[in-house]
Design a protein around this ligand. Structure first.
Ligand code: HEC
Ligand code: HEC
Length: 273
């Protein structure tokens, strides 16, 4: 089934029609990367010019391009809180793009997904990220809490206050007071299945998930005991999503540590070295 999904995503191998547009966009992208050999060098070698703005992708071709994704991520990228597949709709665009790069370049591993995107260019991945980030779809109510009250309380305390003695910053210091993330690159922590949260924090602890360096989440996850991880995941998964889940634009205070891929958010002086 994955092969047929890959065909969908890269319609250059499939039927013409709306798909041809995507094929065109694909080849145009590829050409842009290989022209220099046959083009006379432009005047004095310009310092690495910022990439030309990506051509606007027609909506119809974008929706056929991302059909392959919705097979697992749910209709329009709106996964339900049950199961494992994370929702991608409405998450900050920079975060989604960073994740697609992480999967493509081996910092995260989910072979069926990597297989779909391993040959796609940065621009192509960014366009898909922007497509999903722009979707504004309601979140379903959270599932009933799946842990005893004392465990949920342990989770709430860590998320909202951290644990100074163990050098664990409050999760809300970076993920936002409403825990809906911060544009453009910090994800929210709500509306995610408990199993998914457990697995992501576990993967950071064991080195199976990585992010751009410095990988602040790896440092934080290593400070969490397995009990902390279950408590935090159980509490987060049971919280309703406020304010339509929209990421905040800024944090009220600087982040307590530096995180790769998040250049836009100020970092507290003590951690900025
Ligand atoms: C075969 C099922 C499958 C398909 C198809 C698939 N994904 Fe995924 N995707 C997953 C799973 C499972 C994860 C979580 C993996 C993990 O444990 O880290 C994931 C994670 C992600 C994430 C990270 C989400 C987050 O919150 O960190 C993004 C972004 C994403 N997928 C985008 C896409 C896009 C875009 C496509 C289409 C090109 C796609 N996926 C196709 C299964 C799939
Ligand atoms: C110093 C800032 C910072 C703090 C504090 C922080 N995070 Fe994060 N977190 C990030 C960044 C940045 C990312 C995105 C990493 C990437 O690009 O993969 C992230 C990603 C995550 C993700 C992945 C979400 C997804 O959709 O896959 C989870 C889960 C997470 N953090 C949980 C936590 C928890 C729980 C805490 C508190 C114990 C916490 N974070 C504290 C910055 C922080």
């Amino acid at each position: 089934m994955i092969d047929c999904l890959r065909g969908l995503l890269r319609p250059v191998f499939s039927a013409p029609g709306a798909a041809a547009l995507v094929a065109l966009a694909l080849t145009a992208g590829a050409a842009a990367q290989t022209v220099p050999a046959s083009t006379p060098p432009a005047a004095p070698a310009a310092p690495a010019a910022p990439a030309a703005p990506a051509a606007t992708v027609p909506v119809s071709s974008m929706s056929s391009r991302v059909l392959a994704c919705t097979a697992c991520h749910g209709k329009e990228g709106r996964a339900t809180p049950d199961g494992y597949f994370p929702r991608i709709a409405g998450k900050p665009a920079g975060y989604l793009a960073n994740q697609l790069l992480n999967f493509r370049d081996g910092r995260r591993s989910y072979p069926q997904m990597t297989y779909l995107i391993e040959h796609l260019t940065d621009d192509y991945l960014r366009e898909m990220a922007e497509h999903f980030a722009a979707l504004d779809l309601p979140y379903p109510p959270p599932p009933a809490p799946q842990a005893p009250a004392a465990v949920l309380e342990q989770g709430r305390k860590l998320v909202q206050g951290g644990d100074v003695a163990r050098n664990i910053p409050a999760c809300v210091a970076c993920h936002g007071a409403a825990m809906t993330g911060v544009t453009p690159s910090i994800p929210g922590l709500l509306g995610l299945p408990r199993d998914y949260l457990n697995s992501q924090l576990g993967a950071w602890k064991t080195g199976q998930r990585g992010a751009h360096l410095p990988d602040c989440m790896a440092d934080i996850a290593r400070q969490l005991t397995p009990d902390d991880v279950s408590a935090v995941s159980a509490w987060l998964a049971a919280q309703p999503v406020a304010a339509g889940g929209k990421p905040a634009r800024t944090l009220p205070a600087a982040m307590p540590a530096r995180c790769g891929g998040v250049a836009e958010v100020p970092v507290a002086a003590a951690a900025a070295r």
